[in-house]
Design a protein around this ligand. Structure first.
Ligand SMILES: *Cc1c(COP(=O)(O)O)cnc(C)c1O
Length: 388
């Protein structure tokens, strides 16, 4: 037997409490019992998103909510701006192309963050832009974009702001209403640590105005249908939802609320900083050079010279039982990523660093054995998240 650990930026480990809820006998989705859970879950999600806007739970992976965000507000041929910092920015671009939008791409180096002033310039240059799309945490690089600053800019224009917060939500503070975010997307399997298969989307009044006028074909992800069913008594979904997933999400939210959102963010920050320090001690280089652009969900680490990236992640997974993620898109083989979001604590990080060290040794990389683990321990003992 080899005990297995998942340290990827999604899916993330699920607690026993949440798994037990997930295993409850199936309820009917139009039953009063499910209805109560559905309403509760939606209310708690609004707390997490810090919003009073409408919020819908979609039964799909996060990409379904991205598609809903692209197909609902816009009409064919509308001009949109994608601020692209990595693989998920690329996904927004592909979707916009597929749905016939007139795309302007603001492409950054992978590992860099959006400069909010670039968005202001683009909007000033082109008043026809109807929407701006951006990732909060760009999971392929580990960058956390400054959504507050971007929201402050976009609110002054006719464009709506669409934020993919799938991997940032519940790891870092995100304030939908205070930051003027029109559409925000989340997913079940990242920092919420719930089963895969549900996504969330919030809609501001400014976005509803556009949705009501849109001529884009859509069916399953039609937010007008979602709104109409949510308005019934009791609130419902237009199609059969992922009932067991929602029951599990409700429990996952209880756990976050019990810990306290502020504490949850502090924990993620402590895990990220310990990971960064540990890999630094091993002589490894972080992809995100500018410290202030580094998010707290995932750490991207460059594969050192002379080491095969595929072999490294394979050794960690097969020989030592620790699954981390490789690079995506053009970073394939160039980086690996340690996810430290969701139901994860300091000993998970120590486990990942230990497995990394053992695998690096196996592959002939030269460093002082134990240095990374010791540094992570030191980071945790110095961080007051433990002492409060
Ligand atoms: C995971 C992720 C997605 C895609 O979610 P799926 O659930 O795999 O469809 C989109 N954006 C970001 C930032 C993500 O981290």
């Amino acid at each position: 037997m080899i005990k297995r650990y998942v340290m990827t930026p999604g899916p993330t480990p699920i607690s026993e409490e949440v798994l037990q809820e997930h295993a409850r006998p199936l309820m009917h989705h139009r039953s009063p019992e499910f209805s109560r859970i559905f309403v509760e879950t939606t209310t708690k999600l609004k707390k997490l998103f810090k919003t009073e806007n409408d919020l819908f739970i979609l039964t799909s992976s996060g990409t379904g909510a991205m598609e809903a965000a692209v197909t609902n507000p816009f009409s064919r041929g509308d001009r949109v701006l994608v601020a692209n910092t990595g693989n998920f920015g690329e996904r927004f671009k592909k979707m916009c192309g597929r749905f016939g939008l007139d795309l302007i791409a603001l492409d950054y180096e992978w590992g860099d963050a959006v400069d909010p002033e670039d968005i202001r310039k683009a909007l000033d240059r082109d008043p026809e832009i109807k929407g701006v799309m951006v990732q909060f945490s760009e999971t392929s690089t580990g960058v956390l974009n400054n959504i507050e600053a971007i929201g402050n800019i976009v609110k002054g224009y006719k464009a709506i702001l669409i934020v993919d917060a799938i991997s940032g939500l519940a790891a870092s503070d995100m304030r939908t209403d205070e930051w003027n975010l029109d559409i925000v997307i989340g997913g079940s399997q990242k920092a919420l640590s719930a089963p895969t298969g549900a996504a969330f989307i919030t809609v501001s009044p400014k976005a509803w105005e556009m949705i009501e006028k849109s001529d884009m074909p859509r069916f399953y992800f039609d937010l007008l249908a979602a709104r109409s069913y949510a308005g019934k008594t009791p609130p419902q979904t237009p199609w059969t939802p992922g009932i067991s997933i929602i029951v599990a999400i409700n429990k996952a939210l209880d756990m976050l609320i019990e810990e306290g959102f502020e504490k949850v963010y502090q924990r993620h920050r402590a895990l990220a900083l310990a990971t960064q320090r540990a890999v630094g001690k091993l002589g490894l280089e972080l992809l995100v050079k500018n410290e202030k652009n580094r998010g707290f969900s995932v750490t991207s680490i460059k594969i050192p010279e002379g080491i095969d990236g595929k072999e490294l992640t394979k050794t960690m997974r097969v020989k030592y039982g620790v699954t981390v993620a490789g690079g995506q898109g053009k970073l394939t083989g160039k980086i690996f990523r340690i996810g430290h979001l969701g139901y994860v604590g300091m000993f998970d990080v120590l486990t990942a660093i230990a497995a990394l060290e053992m695998s690096l040794k196996d592959l002939g990389y030269i460093f002082e054995a134990g240095a990374g683990v010791a540094e992570a321990q030191k980071a945790f003992m110095e961080n007051n998240y433990l002492n409060e």
